[in-house]
Write a protein that binds this ligand. Structure first.
Ligand code: BDP
Length: 580
């Protein structure tokens, strides 16, 4: 699905702003005719989760109704009008001018409908019924993160030409070759499509239902961490002898592959250093913020990170755009976290999982930053029934994309049923933090030396059983910013700094490991519980993005900063003490 854009042929109206909002705790809105409009509402901002926008909304996870209006002119309504939601948690039923437009429950993924028959010139009423939590049969769980709900990314109304481009897939390799596939709709038999990357044109030929072609750039720069060169791809659809539609996206020429124990970027081994993140910030909840994204990349770079995982769901398209521009390597995770036998044994849930995996790849396939899709996080894959769920997901992913697949879990090497089918093995380990009662000889919480020994054993066990690259996809310790201790006590900044440094140094000694992601980039909100002090505090940064001591340790481990450097350098370069 293409991201909305404005050009000579397309208009995209963003419906950001203040909307009207009404809770529906007894689910009676539909019967009361709220689809035709709601009254006695309160104001809510879009995009953003609703929970932190008002005291009365924080704990609300039921059904809620949103309403706004948008104006279209005569030109718009003579075209194909499409309504696009970039993501709504957890699913939306949508009504335009009182008529049903569509319903979709895909978590953290976009959906759109042709609403040409429902709109009129002038004002149009848009009403959205939102489910505040996922239905049981959906392959998505709110794990250790707060169940933020609402319209958390942009909503667009688009006017597209009747003959229009519906999809574009560009695969650009390190050798300068690009293959392009375009699908269109509403065009005549003599329609044609042209493509241009940079200055190099390419006529696409009609192949079954789509237009395909290849081109090669002679003078080009590869997309890499140091130089994330992006090239504009301009696609034009000609119908009846004239340009009917066009679309512009960006591509990067790069290869990603797994060979032996290594991940290769443009044929050279690349070591992943970075974080697991969450879409989570004060007031916004999971709401999109461009400024926050820029800040997060700045801080990730400042620590020396080159990559992150979108734990535990697809993040916004805008965030991936930024990763393309900034040269970050992303493990793009499907929303399948914490699945167990209940989901594995329900064929409808398994079918949905395949659909969502396909939709994730469809959305993200053109991003050079995406180096791997993670098919899930910490599911009960010791259960053989997990194959019923994951093998079709893996199969679907392999049919659509050549990117390596990752699976992330805490299962033991010989008991897991899924690792053998993926290309990269993600290990989540918390030795020395959580008591692992079921792991014989588990390190006591707080005992870093024993934890490191146990992590070492774990890596050796995996190295014996699997030949694929390993990534330590999670390790970390909750830390309350401002708590200090010389006794190496859990929750102190000193403990976290030491804990991370010890893990990192051990991990670096294992050549089978191709990377490490610290849990977590920043503190984030969770359901309240005795083990969570207003959220998960394993962030290297606080929720407000202030560094804990561990952030400076990462700089030293990942950038090779000296001790002096910890105190004398700002993020933007050398900081000179006046007079020195
Ligand atoms: C891991 C989960 C992650 C949690 C983390 C933790 O993948 O979602 O937040 O543990 O406990 O097992 O901090």
């Amino acid at each position: 699905m293409l991201y909305p854009q404005n050009n000579a042929h397309r208009r995209a109206y963003k419906l950001d702003g203040y909307w009207e909002f009404k809770k529906d705790p007894t689910a009676e809105g539909e019967a009361l005719g709220w689809a035709r409009g709601i009254d006695n509402t309160r104001t809510i901002a879009v995009p953003a989760s609703w929970n932190e926008q008002a005291n009365e909304l924080y704990h609300y996870h039921g059904i809620a109704w949103y309403q706004t209006s948008f104006a279209l002119n005569e030109n718009d309504i003579n075209e194909r009008v499409v309504l696009r939601f970039s993501s709504v948690q957890y699913g939306a039923a949508v009504f335009i001018n009182g008529h049903f437009a569509g319903e979709d429950r895909a978590p953290y993924l976009p959906f759109e409908w042709d609403v040409s028959d429902l709109v009129r010139s002038g004002d149009n009423l848009l009403v959205v019924k939102v489910n505040g939590e996922p239905l049981n049969e959906e392959p998505v769980r709110i794990c250790d993160f707060y169940g933020y709900a609402g319209i958390d990314r942009h909503v667009f109304v688009c006017a597209l030409p009747k003959a229009h481009i519906t999809d574009i897939a560009v695969r650009a390799g390190a050798d300068g070759k690009a293959s392009i596939r375009v699908t269109a709709s509403g065009e005549g038999n003599d329609a044609a499509v042209t493509a241009k990357i940079g200055d190099v044109p390419c006529a696409l030929s009609k192949n079954g239902g789509c237009y395909t072609g290849e081109l090669r750039l002679q003078n080009y720069e590869r997309w890499s961490l140091e130089n994330p060169a992006l090239y504009p791809v301009n696609i034009t659809l000609f119908d009846n002898g004239r340009a009917a539609d066009s679309y512009k996206l960006k591509t990067g020429f790069r290869d990603i592959a797994v060979s032996g124990r290594q991940i290769l970027l443009n044929g050279k081994p690349v070591y992943l250093k970075g974080f697991d993140k969450h879409e989570d910030f004060c007031v916004l909840g999971k709401g999109l913020s461009y400024a926050l994204n820029v800040r997060d990349f700045d801080l990730m770079k400042w620590t020396g990170a080159n990559s992150f995982r979108t734990s535990h769901y697809p993040y916004s398209e805008e965030l991936l755009d930024l990763a393309d521009r900034e040269g970050f390597l992303v493990i793009d995770e499907a929303p399948f976290a914490g699945m167990d036998g209940t989901q594995f044994n329900d064929p409808k849930t398994c079918e949905k999982a395949v659909e969502y995996m396909k939709r994730l790849i469809d959305r993200d396939k053109n991003h050079p930053c995406v180096i791997s899709y993670s098919i899930g996080n910490e599911c009960d894959t010791a259960d053989a029934a997990s194959k019923k769920f994951f093998l079709p997901v893996i199969d679907a992913a392999r049919q659509l994309d050549t990117r390596p697949l990752t699976y992330v879990a805490w299962t033991k090497p010989d008991e897991d049923n899924i690792y053998q089918y993926v290309d990269i093995i993600g290990l989540n380990r918390y030795y020395g933090w959580y008591p692992y009662e079921n792991w014989p000889g588990s390190a006591a919480p707080g005992n870093i030396d024993a934890a490191v020994k146990q992590m070492d054993d774990c890596l050796r066990d995996f190295e014996r059983v699997y030949t694929a690259p390993l990534i330590v996809t999670e390790f970390g310790a909750d830390t309350i910013a401002g708590l200090h201790s010389t006794f190496m006590l859990q929750f102190s900044e000193e403990f976290q700094a030491n804990f991370l440094r010890s893990y990192i140094r051990l991990i670096k000694r294992h050549p089978a490991v191709a990377g490490m992601h610290v849990w977590n980039f920043a503190d984030f909100s969770t359901e309240q519980s005795p083990g969570r002090v207003m959220g998960n505090k394993k962030g290297v940064f606080t929720r407000e993005r202030a560094p804990k001591q561990a952030a400076f340790i990462l700089r030293r481990e990942w950038l090779g900063e000296s001790d002096d450097g910890l105190f004398c350098r700002g993020g933007g370069g050398a900081f000179k003490i006046p007079g020195e």
